[in-house]
Design a protein around this ligand. Structure first.
Ligand SMILES: [Zn+2]
Ligand SMILES: [Zn+2]
Length: 138
């Protein structure tokens, strides 16, 4: 029985809880989450990883071309790096990495429970060293 509501949509569910740790990074900015997920949302996000990210443990063959995790397109520039650690039931953890367009970042964050406006912890980043926030005019 699940003890927590699913972190995508905050709905209750039956079945095992599985966890994904997604992170979106750009320069010194990042937002990281722990997502406790229902089976449906877990499968959906894992499928996105398998289709659009590089599996960090799959080193056979040439490196695949990497499109945007959100829209799947291969055009550049791609401004955000994406990392996900996935813990499927009774299986080894899996690590993925990918990239996301700046224009797709808001939609991507909505899908993954991330927050594009999350503030950098000022204790970790003194103001004079704070890196450029994504979305700011350059
Ligand atoms: Zn769910
Ligand atoms: Zn995109």
């Amino acid at each position: 029985m699940a003890l927590y509501p699913c972190d995508i949509g905050a709905h209750r569910y039956a079945g095992p809880q599985q966890t994904i740790y997604p992170a979106l990074v750009s320069g010194g900015w990042s937002d990281r989450r722990k997502l406790r997920l229902c089976p449906t949302h877990f499968d959906a996000l894992l499928e996105t990883c398998e289709e659009r990210c590089i599996d960090a443990n799959d080193t056979a063959g040439p490196p695949p071309q990497l499109g945007c995790v959100s829209c799947g397109a291969f055009d550049t520039p791609i401004s955000f790096g994406f990392y996900a650690t996935v813990y499927p039931m009774r299986q080894e953890r899996r690590d993925f990495w990918g990239s996301v367009h700046e224009k797709c970042a808001s939609a991507f964050c909505a899908d993954w429970g991330l927050d594009l406006s999350a503030d950098i912890d000022p204790d970790q980043y003194p103001p004079q060293l704070a890196p450029m926030r994504p979305g700011q005019p350059r």
